[in-house]
Design a protein around this ligand. Structure first.
Ligand SMILES: Cc1ncc(COP(=O)(O)O)c(C=O)c1O
Length: 378
């Protein structure tokens, strides 16, 4: 199989990730729940992942990283914890349902929402930010990279806007962590939500939040923390505040290995390789009249994702043909990004999303081009 669905989850992981998980399975007890070796080893292991994530995301310290099971949980915590019924929140049409659905739930309770639109290539109209500002505006929540088009949001600009107007900035780095520099200080973000299983090459069931010092919100869950056991309330100290229950120590050991792989390889090299694959793919498709590509694929503000359609064919049908006849895995349909599809006019057809990773090769790209050419000819 040729795997081109890395925006959903990366399938080819560095060997060191599986090795780290395997080792952890046999050596880690429950972190913070005992004074014997295996429990202490879990404390150490999780602290090292925190340090790695803090260094990657530019946190002021490891305690500002709280782990969750994915980006969805992190986004729910940050969005619902930081905005209330009297607030106005600015978001964008690029968002994934992990941002939209928590926001819609808040909207049902009175929160006012505004959506920043995009142009025909899916690029955000950032110049309209100022117009959306109101006296009740509390936060901007947006994705760093569209999971449909691969377009990169100018998060630095949004961060500066938020700082200027005293707004909170919640960044969804699900598609950028491991590909772009995501630095809390440089982007002036208040909360960065990330997932472990995509470009950070970690196992599924890992993710988290990076929370600026001084930014506080209530936990979504309360329960055991291994500390302050006689208190009725969840400890207020980070990260215990946001981490009720046993952490996924085994998965997090794998995430640490994934982050280290990314750091060792270098973001610039990863990004350059993904861009090279995207350009090769798009160049190879240029003369196929029936192919329509979405997104700003030739721009430097773009990652390893190419969404396209073949004539008027349903994207699910094209994706099925690619899988069944050519052994190529892609993702069709709506990609949990309903507003982005509406903006691109692909609500009914969906789109076939190809998403590349460090582990894809030029030969695989050429196979993808050949398969699409054959389908177009047929
Ligand atoms: C932009 C974006 N945000 C959030 C998510 C949710 O990530 P997870 O499934 O890890 O919760 C995804 C996953 O595809 C995504 O692409």
């Amino acid at each position: 199989m040729i795997y081109f669905d890395n925006a959903a989850t990366t399938l080819q992981k560095p060997e060191c990730v599986a090795e780290a998980v395997c080792l952890a399975m046999h050596s880690l007890g429950n972190s913070g729940r005992g004074a014997y070796d295996a429990s202490l080893e879990a404390v150490r292991s999780i602290h090292e992942v925190r340090e790695a994530a803090a260094a990657l995301l530019g946190a002021s310290g490891p305690s500002r990283i709280a782990f969750t099971k994915n980006a969805t949980e992190a986004l729910n915590m940050a969005i619902k914890g930081l905005a209330g019924p009297k607030d106005h929140v600015i978001t964008t049409v690029l968002e994934h349902n992990s941002v939209l659905r928590p926001l819609y739930e808040l909207e049902a309770e009175g929160t006012r929402l505004s959506f920043l639109p995009c142009d025909s290539k899916g690029r955000l109209c950032l110049e309209q930010l100022e117009e959306q500002l109101g006296p009740d505006t509390r936060a901007v929540v947006c994705t760093h990279v569209s999971n449909l088009t691969g377009n990169v949001t100018d998060a630095e600009k949004i961060g500066a806007f938020c700082r200027k107007h005293g707004l909170l900035f919640i960044l969804d780095a699900s598609q950028s962590a491991g590909v772009l520099e995501v630095n809390m200080e440089r982007l002036q973000a208040d909360v960065i939500c990330f997932t472990g299983h995509k470009s950070l090459f970690g196992p599924q069931g890992t993710g988290g939040l990076c929370v600026r010092e001084g930014v506080e919100f209530p936990p979504m869950l309360s329960g055991g923390s291994g500390s302050h056991s006689y208190d009725h309330r969840q400890p207020s100290r980070m990260p215990d505040r946001l981490e009720a229950g046993t952490l996924n120590g085994h998965g997090l050991a794998g995430l640490k290995a994934g982050i280290e792989f990314v750091q060792r390889t270098g973001l610039e090299r990863i990004r350059a390789r993904e861009q090279k694959l995207v350009h090769r793919f798009c160049r190879g498709l240029q003369d196929i009249r029936e192919i329509r590509i979405y997104g700003d694929v030739w721009s430097k503000y773009h990652t390893g994702i190419v969404a396209l359609n073949l004539g008027d064919h349903d994207s699910a049908r094209v994706s099925d043909e690619l899988a069944v006849r050519f052994g190529i895995a892609t993702r069709p349909g709506a990609h949990c990004a309903p507003l982005m599809h509406q903006a691109l006019g692909t609500e009914r057809q969906g789109a076939v999303r190809f998403s590349f990773s460090w582990f894809n090769t030029e030969d695989e790209i050429d196979e993808g081009i050949r398969a699409l050419r054959q389908l177009a000819e047929e």
